[in-house]
Design a protein around this ligand. Structure first.
Ligand code: H2B
Ligand code: FE
Length: 302
C-alpha cells in the first residue's frame, strides 16, 4: 500500500520506538538495574497514553534523578558562554533551568510555544526517524522524559530528558533555527526511503552535531554536542575536522556508538543553512524544479 502522508500531528505515530524503549539492551548502563527498568516502563507508558491536546504528564523525579540532572546542568553551563552559538545563549535564560529540579516538559512546551510555536509531545524512546522528522513539519518536537542511568551520568546511548531539554530546546526557541528544523520536517513528508536516509543525515549533522561559524570562531549548535560534556570539550579543543556543509553532497554514515565525532559540518549561518535546505527540500517535491532535482539526484548518487 502507498505510504499515507500525515496531514497533521494527530496522524504522526509516536509508538514506533527503535532499539531501547523500556527493554534495555545488554550494553545499556541500566541493563542490570531492575528498579531503573521499572521506572522506565512507568514513564514510557505515560508517553504512550498521552493524547494530542492534553497536558504532558507531570513526573515526580527522584532525588537520584535530580542529582544526575543537576550535575549535568552545572558542568555544561560553564562551557556554554565560550562554546555555544549566540542563538543558543540568547534562548537559554527563557527556560530558567535550575540544578535543583528536573523541569517539566509541559512548562517547557509552553515557553517554546511562545517563541517559535514549536511544541513538545512526549515519546517513549528513540522514535522511528520518519515519524520523528514528520513531527517537525507540524512544529512538534518528540521528547523523552526519562533520565539516563546514574552509574554513567555523562553518557547515554539514547536520547533522555537531559539531551532533549538542554541540547534541543534552546535552539528550537530560535526563529532561524526553528525554520531550518521545520524545513527538514516538511521535506520528510514527501521523501521516499532513499531521500529520507539523506534527510536523516542532514538532521544528524546539523540539529544533532552541527557547528556554526561566528567570525573566525566555530561554535556549537548541535544538541549532541551541547548536551554532552565530553563532546563539547572535544569540539572546543579542536579535536575534530570542520568541513562546510553541502546539502547536495553525500554525507558520512551515522554511528551512535563510535564515541566523539571525527568531523563536524559547519553552517555559515542558520539563515543560509535554512535557504539551502529549503532548496534541497523543494527538489524532493516531484515536478517542482526538475532541473534542481536532477542535479541534486546526480550529486547524491555520486
Ligand atoms: N527520537 C527521540 N525521542 N529523540 C530524538 O532526538 C530523535 C528520535 N532523533 N528519533 C531522531 C530519531 C534522529 O536521530 C534522526 C531523525 O534519526
Ligand atoms: Fe537529539
Amino acid at each position: 500500500a502507498p505510504r499515507r502522508v500525515p496531514l497533521g500531528i494527530q496522524e504522526v505515530d509516536n509508538g514506533a520506538i527503535l532499539g531501547f524503549s523500556a527493554e534495555l539492551s545488554e550494553d545499556h548502563p541500566g541493563f542490570h538495574d531492575a528498579a531503573y527498568k521499572q521506572r522506565r516502563v512507568n514513564i514510557c507508558n505515560l508517553a504512550r497514553s498521552h493524547r494530542i491536546g492534553e497536558p504532558i504528564p507531570h513526573i515526580s523525579y527522584t532525588a537520584e534523578e535530580v542529582a544526575v540532572w543537576g550535575s549535568a546542568l552545572t558542568r555544561l553551563e560553564h562551557l556554554f558562554q565560550q562554546h555555544a552559538c549566540k542563538e543558543f545563549q540568547r534562548s537559554w535564560p527563557l527556560f530558567d533551568l535550575r540544578p535543583d529540579a528536573v523541569p517539566q516538559l509541559e512548562d517547557l512546551s509552553q515557553v517554546l510555544q511562545g517563541t517559535t510555536g514549536f511544541r513538545i509531545r512526549p515519546v517513549a524512546g528513540l522514535l522511528h526517524p520518519r515519524d520523528f522528522l514528520n513531527g517537525l513539519a507540524f512544529r512538534t518536537f518528540h521528547s523523552t522524559q526519562y533520565m539516563r542511568h546514574s552509574s554513567k551520568p555523562d553518557y547515554t546511548p539514547e536520547p533522555d530528558v537531559i539531551h532533549e531539554v538542554i541540547g534541543h530546546l534552546p535552539m528550537l526557541a530560535d526563529p532561524s533555527f526553528a525554520s531550518l528544523a521545520h524545513a527538514i520536517g516538511v521535506a520528510s513528508l514527501a521523501a521516499d526511503e532513499e531521500q529520507l536516509k539523506h534527510l536523516v543525515k542532514l538532521y544528524w549533522y546539523t540539529v544533532e552535531f552541527g557547528v556554526v561559524r561566528e567570525g573566525s570562531d566555530v561554535k556549537a549548535f548541535g544538541a549532541g554536542i551541547l548536551s554532552s560534556y565530553g563532546e563539547l570539550q572535544h569540539m572546543a579543543a579542536g579535536g575534530a575536522e570542520v568541513a562546510p556543509l553541502d546539502v547536495w553532497q553525500p554525507l558520512p554514515k551515522i554511528s551512535y556508538k563510535d564515541g566523539y565525532q571525527k568531523r563536524y559540518f559547519a553552517l555559515e549561518s542558520f539563515e543560509a543553512g535554512a535557504v539551502e535546505l529549503q532548496a534541497y527540500c523543494a527538489s524532493l517535491q516531484a515536478g517542482l524544479t526538475d532541473e534542481v532535482r536532477r542535479c541534486g539526484a546526480r550529486q547524491l548518487r555520486a
